[in-house]
Every structure is written in structure tokens, then in C-alpha cells.
Design a protein around this ligand. Sequence first.
Ligand code: NAD
Length: 487
Amino acid sequence: MQRFQHYIDGRFEDAAQTFPSIDPATGESWAEMPEAREAEVERAVEAAHQALRQGEWPALTATARGKLLYRLADLVAQNAGRLAELETRDTGKIIRETSAQIAYVADYYRYYAGLADKIEGSYLAIDKPDMDVWLRREPVGVVAAVVPWNSQLFLAAVKIGPALAAGCTLVIKASEDGPAPLLEFARLVQEAGFPAGVVNIITGFGATCGAALTRHPKVAHIAFTGGPQTARNVVRNSAENLASTSLELGGKSPFIVFADADLESAANAQVAGIFAATGQSCVAGSRLIVESSVKGRFLSILKEKSEAVKIGAPLDMTTEVGPLCTARQRDLIEEVVGRSVAAGAMLVTGGKSPDGVGFYYPPTILDCSAVKSPSVERELFGPVLSVLSFEDEAEALRLANDTPFGLASGLFTRDLTRAHRMMKRIHAGVVWVNTYRAVSPIAPFGGYGQSGHGREGGLAAALDFTRTKTVWLRTSDDPIPDPFVMR
Ligand code: NAD
């Protein structure tokens, strides 16, 4: 059985307690993970705090920080295959996706490496004579980064990259489900040469490790990705330390198809939008909103493509849909699909877990256009598509925005003016027009409403890890006049 360790203050170490990690393809435990509780969290935060305040890290120029990030990027690229295999083993996410995604993660580090010495303060044209006033941008402080189990290396990179570019230090809490890739990534942090304590990586359970970390008095900012209910707990925890928060939460994203769209292309994008990563994607286009006149045709194309998907072992390069990460997730999906069918939703395809080992669930399409189905409201985080239909643009928009979430959306039409009208009115942080599931380090990403706040990616994300200091410098040698008048 493979054993993993925490990375605290530049050293690899065991925790006082461990827990098993389960291989989702077999349901068997395959590795032993260290479990951080209060004591481990305390040491990790203290290490990050010390590294922020003294020693090498705060003395480095921004350019030197950038060089370390470039080194990390190269190491991620060189080790992408190995990390991808670990992520696939520990989370069930297919190797085709993890290998491509991790290779691209290197570009996120490169982007923030280049940005490190371009984070600028400003000089103010102040309304007083003999006074120079400027704003410095300083690191916000110790960052607690909490990530969910899907795409952990990616979700950590969009926090680590900008936080280090800004000069912060971090404690990263890997999810208790599938923490292996992040714990292994710590070896690359060490090899890149970051000073001890700048990046600390631990794992443990939410109620113990996550709570202790997010309420710790020395944490200044919490960068959280996960579900909305957990986010509420995290925000409550932040009432203790008054840390700022950025929240990347879930979604129930609309995928709108107008009759004039290229249906073949839209169907491919819909398959990517809901079945890639076995639907375990925050941006899953889980509500298909299709114009009534093409609904039958579109569903038959979609059904054919869904039934052709290759389900199999996640480490097999030809597999397209692997298992879900946990049995808990599969059981939840099964339960909600069952209730939806009982409520009158029509099963177009899928809907039943196969016999045998592993946490598998097939690509599933539910036609919910004539009923109120639980599958339409709840984020399922699995390969389940709920179908709704509309008669005109106004109804499409109403259905699209009929959710408390607002993370992503897809819009398929050849009508450019309509695309512009709709794009402005869709209540979501990302609108993809005639494409879906595209991301880049250059493009900010984040949600509206219950999908959270704050943006990851782009320049704005690095600024979120800074705070401004206003410096006033009097340039006159004359004595200060009347001390009882505010100047
Ligand atoms: P989750 O909310 O259950 O857990 C996320 C993390 O929070 C885990 O590391 C967990 O241990 C930790 N946690 C749990 N309770 C905590 C507490 N009280 N205090 C501090 N930390 C705590 O999420 P999950 O089930 O692992 O992942 C699925 C969710 O993540 C979905 O809702 C999905 O949409 C969302 N997600 C969002 C994005 C995005 O960028 N918007 C990306 C991926 C996943």
C-alpha cells in the first residue's frame, strides 16, 4: 500500500493519524493518507506565517519569485504523466483528461510567473502641495486554499500561481477524496527551490482540518472551491479570523440550443459539457434548454452520441467515461434520478448503475420538459443531463436564469445579434457561444449568485491576493503648521 505524507515547513512528514484512500475503479483502498487535525494545521499555518514575515521569501524581488514559478511550471510539465496517473488512480478521472489538463496546468504557473513583476502600485495626483502619495501593492498574507476532489492540481494552481506571484504564502488543504496528486506535487515545490514554509500541503477532513484552517487567526485570505453548503461553513469560520474570501462554487449551468444552430457541433459540445470528467465538473452544462422545433432531432443525435461513449477503466487511454470519485456521489445521483423518473421525467438513455466493481454510472439523459423534476434544480456533479424546451428567446432566457447558481452557460446559435442580446442577459460569470468548457490562464473565471464570488485566472486573480498600502511622504522641510487642523 502506497503511503503519502504532508509537506510542512519544507519537510515531508507523517501525521499522528492516517486514513485510507479508495480507488474508485475498484472500490478498494490503495493508499494511506496522512490526516491533519488541529496540531498539523497549527504547524502548517505557523510555518506559512513565519515564511511570510522573515527569511528569504519576503526579501526576494518579484522577478525572483517569478523565476521560481517558472521552475515549478517546468517541473509540472516534466512530471505531468506521473501526476496524471496518480490523479486518475485516486479520483477515477480518466487519464485522457488528467494528462491533458496537468500538462496545461504548467501554463497557469507560467502565466503567473510572468505576471509576478508586473503587479504595480500607483502614484496619486494628490490634492495637496508638498506631498507625494502612492499605493503599494503588498501580499494579503497567509492564504488558506481549500479544494474539492475533482481537478485538484488545476484548482490548486489557480490559487497557488497568483498567490505566489503576489508574494503570499499558503497552506493548501487537499480534499480527503483523492489527495494523492497534490501531496505528490509538493515534491515539485521542494525541488523548484521555494523557501521552507512558503507552500505547505496537507489533507484531512472538512469538519476538522478544513474548519481549523479556515478559522485560524493567522489566515488572512481563504481561497475556497467546493459546494455552496460547505462555502457557508467556510464563511462562518471566517467570522473568527475576519479573513477575506473568494468562493468558486458549483453550478447548474444552462446549455441553450436554438433551432438555427449547427446541431452536430452543439451535440458534441453538449457531450463534452455533461459527460466529460463523468459530469464531475463545476461547469457541467447540466440543463439542456433546446428550441422545441428541433428538440426531437437534437435528442436523437445526442442519444446516439451518448450511447457510443466508451465507459471503462480510467487508466485506459481509450476510456471516455470513468467511475465517479466516491460511492456516496454515485448513490446520490442514483437517488435523484430515481425521484426524477418517479416525478414523470422521461429517461432518454442511461439511468442505471452497471453491476460489478467500481463507482460507475452511465451517461444519462432525462427529458424534463413536461414536468417539475428534482434533477433540474440540484447540482448532481455526475453524468446526468436534464432537458427543457422553449418556444422563443424570452422563454429560453427565463429558463436559463431560473436557478440560484450562475457559474457558466452555453449558447448555440448562428444569429449574431441574438447571441449578443442573450450574452448580456444571461446571469452567469462565463458565457460560451458556439463552444463549451474552454478555459485559459488569461481568462478570468468565476460565478454569480450561489456560484460564488471572486475570479480565478487573469490579472485580477493576482490582485485579489494583494492589499494596498497608502504611503504619504511630505516633501517640505518647513515646520508643520497649525497642528490642530487636519491636512
Ligand atoms: P465540498 O464542498 O464537499 O468540499 C470541498 C472542500 O472543502 C474539501 O477539501 C473539504 O474537505 C472542505 N471542507 C468541508 N467542510 C469544510 C469546513 N467545514 N470547513 C472548511 N473546509 C471544509 O466539495 P466536493 O464535494 O469535494 O466537490 C464538489 C463541489 O465543488 C461541487 O459543488 C462543485 O461544483 C464544486 N466545484 C467548483 C469549482 C469552481 O471552480 N467553481 C470547481 C470544481 C468543483
